[in-house]
Design a protein around this ligand. Structure first.
Ligand SMILES: [Zn+2]
Length: 205
């Protein structure tokens, strides 16, 4: 049985031919390369192209790019929206149901905090997409980017509404306001779900 490795996400497929579509990242068969159990350079190749020369051929990424990839800054960055947004939703739900202004304030500051962090989340995400996943334009990456757009758009809508109408959580529009917050959490959930699939989906265990 031959083995084929997805060059975008690292998924290993066993079979005579590569799959029509990678089950993890969605790229086509042209992105699969056959896994050769022991890849040894011929003597001529080794002499002509020592590893150091081969490495230098690749363009050098910037310091920030290296930091992002080496220290996994994207998964670290996404903890802010993924952790704080559900909490903000709970605070806002309590404020909406029981008319508690302090909970509404807690929700407001949580949303501001997440919005400030979103550029970092998006920039690190784009770097990982381009470096590790070759900027592959498949559904899974489209959904991740879509999730981020939903988060930013709904955050802006919530915060602008709050600035225009400070008492929104006690106004007749409060259920719509809460619904927008729910959509915001769902956007983060979509991006997080597919991020988890990309990172853990190619593992056997
Ligand atoms: Zn793949």
């Amino acid at each position: 049985m031959k083995k084929w490795e997805c060059t975008v996400c690292g998924y290993i497929h066993e079979g005579e031919t590569p799959p029509d579509e990678c089950p993890v990242c969605g790229v086509g068969p042209e992105f699969f390369k056959e896994v050769v159990e022991k890849e040894e350079k011929t003597l001529t190749q080794a002499v002509l192209e020592p590893d150091s020369v081969a490495a230098e051929k690749q363009s050098k990424p910037s310091f920030f790019r290296k930091m992002v990839m080496k220290h996994h800054l994207h998964p670290i960055a996404v903890h802010t929206p993924n952790g704080v947004l559900p909490l903000a939703l709970i605070f806002l739900a309590i404020a909406t149901m029981f008319g508690l202004a302090s909970f509404e304030q807690a929700a407001f500051y949580s949303l501001v905090f997440v919005l400030i962090n979103m550029p970092f989340v998006i920039v690190t995400g784009i770097i990982v997409w381009q470096d590790r996943y070759k900027g592959a334009k498949t559904k899974v990456f489209g959904l991740k980017i879509g999730g981020a757009i939903i988060v930013v758009a709904t955050l802006l809508a919530l915060l602008i509404w709050r600035l225009v109408e400070p008492g929104v959580a006690a106004s007749p529009g409060r259920w719509t306001y809460l619904l927008i917050c729910l959509v915001c959490v769902a956007g983060a959930g979509i991006s997080g779900h597919f991020g988890g699939k990309l990172v853990f989906g190619s593992r056997k265990h």
